[in-house]
Design a protein around this ligand. Structure first.
Ligand code: ADP
Ligand code: MG
Length: 231
């Protein structure tokens, strides 16, 4: 069967750091229209897997496919051009640029450099008011997370990879974030969310993969997997 265009696949991914096996044969699909979540304890390998998908780490074994194309050896910036956008767990905005300028940079680095898409991204994350003209430096964490999300979205990506998007957000912000991410998935974007907040994952994810010690130990619909996990 031909894989759907826009799906991102990890196939038998292994990563070792100085002989320590951080990922031990990971298979995963990030599919258009779905929110796919990866959860698990600290040290499980979630960020390592994220880096392999984003292109900031080369696995020692296995393949990353985007549709039918093998992108295992493709650099991170080239993946962004193809439409695989990411956010960073440690926020990565340009402090001296304004909110709107940061989002514009995202559009220029993305699949399509469309100023209208940058405007839509600003609007979607509530950044189209006076805050758009403020320098990123000194803005609250919740606002910076939205800048980061809008920057990733501004290049019209097919796939959005999110490392702990709810970190540092209050309850109202998490609720708003969940609504926006669901809307993006409904529009056909493929979302991967690495997240500690299990309430958000339960709310948001179509499929959840639970990782421990470099392996996926359970996968399935959120309700099923998280109920079992909470046991
Ligand atoms: P998670 O994101 O699930 O907390 P990580 O992917 O960050 O897990 O880490 C997985 C394992 O790999 C951990 O045991 C961590 O200590 C180790 N690790 C991560 N990055 C490095 C690195 N650059 N060098 C050596 N070990 C690392
Ligand atoms: Mg991590």
């Amino acid at each position: 069967a031909v894989p759907p265009p826009g799906s991102l696949f990890a196939q038998q991914i292994r990563v070792a750091y100085d002989g320590f096996t951080a990922l031990d044969g990971i298979d995963l699909e990030v599919r258009p229209g779905w929110v796919t979540a990866v959860v698990g304890p600290n040290g499980a390998g979630k960020s390592t897997l994220f880096h392999c998908l984003a292109g900031t780490l080369r696995p020692s074994h296995g393949h990353i496919l985007f549709g039918e194309r093998d992108i295992t050896r493709l650099a991170a910036h080239a993946r962004t051009r193809l439409g695989i956008a990411r956010t960073f767990q440690q926020l990565a905005v340009f402090p001296s640029l304004t909110v709107a300028e940061n989002v514009q940079v995202g559009a220029e680095q993305g699949r399509i450099a469309d100023p209208a898409a940058a405007e839509r991204a600003l609007r979607l994350f509530g950044l189209d008011g006076p805050v758009r003209a403020l320098p990123a430096e000194g803005l609250p964490t919740g606002t910076l997370r939205r800048v980061e999300l809008a920057r990733a979205l501004a290049g019209s990506p097919h796939v959005l990879l999110l490392d702990e998007p709810a970190a540092g957000l209050d309850t109202a912000e998490v609720t708003a974030l969940a609504r926006v991410l669901r809307a993006l998935a409904a529009d056909g974007t493929a979302l991967l969310v690495v997240e500690h907040d299990l309430d958000l994952v339960a709310d948001l994810a179509d499929v959840v993969h639970v990782m421990t010690a470099g392996r996926v130990v359970t996968s399935g619909p959120a309700g099923h997997v998280l109920e079992r996990g909470r046991g």
